[in-house]
Design a protein around this ligand. Structure first.
Ligand code: GH3
Ligand code: MG
Ligand code: MG
Length: 350
């Protein structure tokens, strides 16, 4: 570039100078003795200009390009990548201006790259914000589902608690006599089976009393069924009052009761039976506000103390046979079945 400019400047300066020299030779000035010196000085000045001007021109052009680059960088900083640098059509290798043009071309390329990357980035940002929205929606949905599940769980827990309560109540009802609220027949036999096995294994005695109201039908027939119920209720209370912890009083039939006395000898069982019989005999049963009645009970007793392998039904059968003995020998009495001799004897009678 510089050499080209030098040639241009050389031609621009030397051609007019040569013409002027030629013209002065044929003019009256040719005789001037200073003409040669003037021409030499003019030539020297022209040469200096030819040498200096191209460099200055290049510097001026470079300054212009740098200003363009600065402005371009400032635009890029502000996010404007679309206004690219305008490049000169010509390019020449190997001089300073060409390097600046290459730099400007690179800068344009970088700006286009930044624009492309920015678009990609914007796309990623858009995708991310869309995903965030979707996640937010799903989160809301999950929170709602979670709340529903919690509510359902609470309902289930409440329902389970109600069912457990109902189940407990049913278990109690299944084991309780509805009229007297003491144990029923089922509870009695289940308990007897359990206690019997445990006591027999440990060679501990177990006693059973079976009680039946004497001529109870007459009470019903005379005073009515409701009055009969009152007697049944009060007798249950009397039997229950004669139990210790671990004993079981049960109503096992219409007017028939059982009292299971675990870990109780025959002597002790006879004492309990005697006490109940006496209390019942002396009790004035309140049927209603104006009417009272007396009843008696017959009791069969059996105690198993050492027969380890005896069937638990035998205990019940023996006590029942003793009761039968009382019934058929005057009632209001206590009979005892002896499992050793298989005989029944009186324990107490009125
Ligand atoms: P025994 O001395 O031989 O035992 O004579 P009993 O009259 O007591 O015996 P029986 O078997 O002839 O009659 C029992 C009566 O008990 C008949 C029945 O109506 C009555 N009974 C059974 N269950 C109930 C009940 O729940 N309530 C009332 N009020 N009476 C009942
Ligand atoms: Mg009876
Ligand atoms: Mg009976």
């Amino acid at each position: 570039m510089v050499s080209r400019l030098r040639v241009v400047f050389l031609l621009l300066v030397l051609i007019p100078q040569a013409v002027i020299f030629q013209m002065t030779k044929s003019s009256p000035l040719a005789a001037d003795k200073y003409l040669g010196q003037i021409e030499a000085v003019s030539l020297a000045v022209s040469l200096i200009l030819v040498l200096a001007l191209p460099g200055l021109t290049i510097d001026w052009l470079a300054g212009k390009r740098l200003t363009q680059l600065r402005e371009f960088c400032s635009q890029v900083r502000q996010g404007n990548y679309r206004q690219l640098l305008s490049l000169p059509n010509e390019s020449r290798d190997g001089d300073g201006e060409e390097e600046l043009v290459v730099l400007m071309r690179d800068m344009n390329w970088m700006a286009r790259q930044i624009e492309v990357r920015e678009k990609d980035l914007q796309k990623v940002v858009n995708d991310l914000s869309r995903s965030r929205l979707q996640i937010g929606e799903q989160n809301k949905h999950l929170t709602a589902v979670n709340a529903e599940l919690l509510a359902t769980q609470q309902q289930l827990e409440q329902r389970t608690a109600e069912l457990e309560e109902a189940c407990r109540n049913m278990q109690v009802m299944a084991m309780t006599d509805p009229l007297t609220s003491i144990a029923n027949r089922r509870c009695f036999f289940e308990t007897m089976e359990r206690k019997f096995a445990a006591l027999m294994c440990n060679c501990r005695p177990i006693s059973l009393l079976i009680l039946d109201i004497d001529r109870f039908k007459i009470i019903n027939d005379t005073y009515g069924h409701q009055a009969g119920d009152k007697v049944l209720l009060e007798l249950a209370a009397i039997i229950q009052n004669n139990t210790r912890e671990g004993d079981l009083a049960a109503r096992i039939g219409g007017e028939e009761y059982a009292l299971l006395l675990p870990d109780t000898s025959l002597q002790e069982a006879k004492v309990v039976a005697g006490r109940i019989r006496a209390v019942v005999q002396d009790r004035e049963f309140v049927l209603d506000e104006s009417r009272r009645a007396f009843v008696t009970v017959s009791i069969g007793v059996c105690t198993l103390a050492k027969l380890i392998c005896v069937d638990r039904n035998k205990l019940y059968n023996y006590a029942d046979q003793a009761l039968y003995h009382s019934k058929h020998n005057g009632r209001n009495s206590i009979s005892v079945y002896d499992p050793d001799t298989h005989s029944i004897g009186w324990a107490e009678s009125a």
